[in-house]
Design a protein around this ligand. Sequence first.
Ligand code: NAI
Ligand code: MG
Length: 339
Amino acid sequence: MSAGRVTLIPGDGIGPEITTAVCGILTAAGVELEWDEQLAGVAGLEETGTPLPDATVESLRQTGLALKGPLTTPVGTGFRSVNVALRREFDLYANVRPAKSLIPGSRFENVDIVLVRENTEGLYIGFEALIPVGGDPKAVAQSNAVVTRRGCERIARFAFEYAVKHGRKKVTICHKANILKAVSGLFLETAWDVAREYEGRVEADDVIIDAAAMKLVLDPSQFDVIVTTNMFGDILSDEIAGLVGGLGMAPGANIGDRAALFEAVHGSAPDIAGRGIANPSALLLAACLLLDHLEDTDAAGRIRKALEATLEDGSVLTPDLKGNATTMEFADAVTRRLD
Ligand code: NAI
Ligand code: MG
């Protein structure tokens, strides 16, 4: 049993469908959370005229916890990513993305990797410019990556602390310090400084990012916890999601000192929105991460077991997992297996 207030952002596209399914499973599991439902993204824009209403930010400031459905971000033009704005506003510096094989018959049956991605620095800060040369306004494009020793230190420490807390054996530092000697070099050096403090408790090694991408598809079982900078983490986390059955199965936590926000790695899936066939597993696993964060390991464990049993049984699956069940049929199958 757990109690507490949590900001709930159903989001756009398939967001409301999977949120309804997930909240139903949590209630059936006896989780007693008080949801403070708030708007963001296109839903926020249409209702209040802004994609990130003040009320949503204020709610998260008060609860310090959110479960969030995906938010649509227009490509190229329109408003900037609300996901990035929330990560910045609440300094949600650690993006934790666990991936575990749960689907029988997947290419790999032994994946159990936790990717810890730095969420606030690097190339994604968007220090960009187009430089005109001659008559061409876009002759040169430039983007600056910025990392700080403090930012590198806190993400490395987060990864090693996570390993200790969750009984993980090894942290692999992924980098490109051979080429990006300053930006990636500082990350590597700082991460190793932290690693030495955990000597004897958590093993550490480092792998160059492109080799890591190759090693992951050859034999993912050689990885345990991975820590890396923002863009490398973005790319590797989708690769790792692919090793365990795709985006429908991948949850993520965005964690800072003042707030934590839990979501699926996938987006609003406009191609299937409104059809009631989205896979709620990723958001359900994100809700389990929220329960872990609240130290309600009993409810999280029971929900994960019910989800695993449903996937194992394989008779009620959504179309992305080659089944023909609806979101709610799948959610009901999970609920029936709760003990
Ligand atoms: P997407 O993740 O929404 O969809 C990619 C493919 O995966 C689609 O074919 C979709 O149908 C499928 N898919 C995704 N989640 C699924 C689920 N739960 N069940 C079954 N199939 C699923 O990525 P896309 O199309 O690139 O982005 C759509 C929108 O989502 C964009 O506006 C993007 O900015 C936004 N987005 C938001 C994120 C967030 O809020 N954290 C993360 C990623 C994208
Ligand atoms: Mg991504």
